[in-house]
Ligand binder design. Sequence first.
Ligand code: NAD
Length: 414
Amino acid sequence: MQRDFNAIALIALLETVRADAQAAILRPFEKQFPCSAIRLNGPGLLLMEDDPLPRSLAVAGGWGYIGRHFVDAAVALRIPVYVRDPGPIPTGIDQDRVRVIGTDEEFYGLPADFYHIGLHPRDRGAALGRLADRLLQGDHFMVLNEKPMAAPESPGECMELRRLVERAGMCMLFDFPELFDPMTLRVRAFLRSFNEVRIDEMRMTRSKDREDPANPRNYKIMVPIQHQETVHCLAWVFTCLAETRGGLDGVWDQGVSVEGVSAPYHPPNPQAYPHPVDGRFEGSVRFGNSVVRLLTDFTAKAPRSKRRTVHGVGDGNPFVIEAEYLEGHKFLAIDGKDIGFAQDANVYQAVIRQGWQWYRHPNLAEASLYLTPSFAHRSYLLSAMLWDACHLGGPRSVDSLEAFWNYTPGFTTS
Ligand SMILES: NC(=O)c1ccc[n+]([C@@H]2O[C@H](COP(=O)([O-])OP(=O)(O)OC[C@H]3O[C@@H](n4cnc5c(N)ncnc54)[C@H](O)[C@@H]3O)[C@@H](O)[C@H]2O)c1
């Protein structure tokens, strides 16, 4: 409201001055308005726009696996992209659309609306520190960070990051792509549509052959599968359960217990791994009366799948939600009826669009469901509990959210 009022006052002021003086007047105000709320459009004309997309995207690690997805998605959306990556520029990059930035200083000082930090946890600290400094000086932009929130062996970094984000007033969302997907928004709306709703069982499968030496992607280093991949399933589960329990904290109301077994990953480049990591996890998580059955499998010959099924009861009637998130095969069906989503919709474009909308129009009533550092920290801790259940002698449980926050992960590299 205050922002709109200021913008109207600014428009009135600008209307009284010559067009060539407007840009100079506008410049200091740009810091007060997130991104593109105000913009000069032709000589002398000012518009307040509700831009559906950011004006530009800055991707740290843009030549990496995930960074490249965002570079390509931004190019497809015709958003100018900046990339900072010390690696060689890959083939197929259109440098008219993608500007390669040579120094960190220039990159983290860009007037970009949207930063994507497509880096491994060990490389993120300096980048986020620079962005925090800018925000403290009054700049505005959003930051999309990657999972896992910290390396599995450094759980303390989660709280450090949360403190940094809070101190800087940073809008940081985490990249759990499926949660930005319109299919998930539809699932959430369905669950919200009941007066009384509960979920009895969820089945979550995420699998692909990540051991095949013929696939170059498989040479990228991965962390234990609980943190690498199961974490995506956990984030989706939190989102659905939160819709049925009056918010995210309600997910922990009846305690949480986990159990599971894992099998090692056999990478095509074992020399790059200082210690073995899990490549297959199968187990379950109980949130009170709701049970979640999980299978994440990156071992040889695992079929490609991102399948999930939800059984529940809404206002006394049983329902079934079935979804597949694998690009090219996507679908969402509720009680057997296909809702009609495109099979090949690109999820990274959805992340840019939806992330930008959440940044521009935050709905405080739903704040706990946005993919904030607190949300990512919960998914990190539950991934850690799953790893512990496999390696430290069996099931793990906590009886409250407070006990969950105090859970000490047992992951060790020895
Ligand atoms: N959200 C998802 O679905 C998803 C998918 C894949 C990976 N990830 C996560 O993204 C992170 C990166 O994974 P990846 O597989 O893309 O890794 P990657 O190794 O393919 O890419 C990392 C890139 O960062 C570059 N880089 C290294 N240091 C840098 C620095 N200081 N500044 C700028 N660039 C730098 C490297 O040259 C490389 O191109 C990991 O945490 C991973 O778990 C998330």
